[in-house]
Design a protein around this ligand. Structure first.
Ligand SMILES: [Ca+2]
Ligand SMILES: [Ca+2]
Length: 248
């Protein structure tokens, strides 16, 4: 009898555990779509939901910051190359590394040396990141905080990459010097984008001989010695859609 009762108790516990699993639904991954039949679709999601054009207007709960966010276009209103976007930047075309929309400032930054203007103590990085012809953001960042003049005590800046890296314009701080292939996208439509002058522009693609590649408007290129003053035109990339805090 005692053995029999014990077996029954064990079965009851197993049944209870099974029921707990059956009714337990994790909430952190939940995605709920509510179809409002008279127009509009409301999508509710949690942290893992990706913001993209098919779900523009969707709401997401940011569980870490405990706030609701809305998926909306960040580059809307400027679909054609040369269009001025609502934030005041210019749509420049699709990036060569994945067709991501690129935006540029309406005007040049000015003539700036790549290094600190120094003729000696030239510093070269020569890494796959800085020699990339498509990864301007990473290449620009690689020069930030690095000493550009090994003959002078202390740390001297790389002026051109520092300018774009530190630029706070049109509500964005993720500007960089375009790499070779990225600047070619701008050059292909330089008259439509506007603001260019017929001269040499820095790219963030490092080349031999203590130099960075430059591209000329309207054509041509070369290896620009780092102390030269070349024009700079900062760019940034944005997929066009992002999660924005509900209150903003
Ligand atoms: Ca130094
Ligand atoms: Ca920055």
């Amino acid at each position: 009898m005692i053995m029999h009762k014990s077996a029954n108790t064990g079965n009851a516990i197993y049944t209870l555990i099974a029921l707990l699993f059956l009714f337990y639904t994790p909430t952190t991954q939940a995605q709920v779509a509510l179809d409002a039949s008279n127009g509009g679709l409301v999508i509710l999601g949690y942290d893992t939901q990706t913001c993209s054009s098919p779900i523009e207007g969707a709401l997401r709960y940011d569980s870490a910051a405990k706030r609701v966010q809305i998926c909306k276009t960040s580059g809307g209103g400027c679909p054609n190359i040369g269009d001025t976007c609502p934030d005041g930047s210019i749509y420049a075309g699709l990036s060569p590394d994945g067709n991501i929309p690129m935006y540029t400032t309406p005007t040049n930054a000015g003539g700036i040396p790549w290094n600190n203007g120094n003729t000696t103590g030239i510093v070269n990085l020569y890494t796959p990141t800085t020699e990339s012809t498509t990864g301007g953001a990473a290449s620009t960042a690689a020069f930030i905080g690095v000493d550009s003049d090994s003959d002078t005590g202390g740390t001297q800046p790389f002026q051109a990459p520092e300018y774009c890296y530190n630029l706070d314009a049109h509500g964005h701080t993720d500007w960089y010097v375009p790499a070779y292939d990225e600047f070619e996208v701008l050059r292909d439509n330089y008259t439509t984008i506007g603001g260019f002058t017929a001269t040499a522009y820095w790219t963030s693609t490092e080349v031999c001989c203590d130099a960075m590649f430059y591209l000329n408007i309207p054509s041509g290129d070369g290896a620009g010695i780092k102390r030269f003053n070349n024009q700079v035109r900062c760019v940034r990339k944005s997929p066009g859609y992002s999660w924005t805090n509900w209150s903003e």
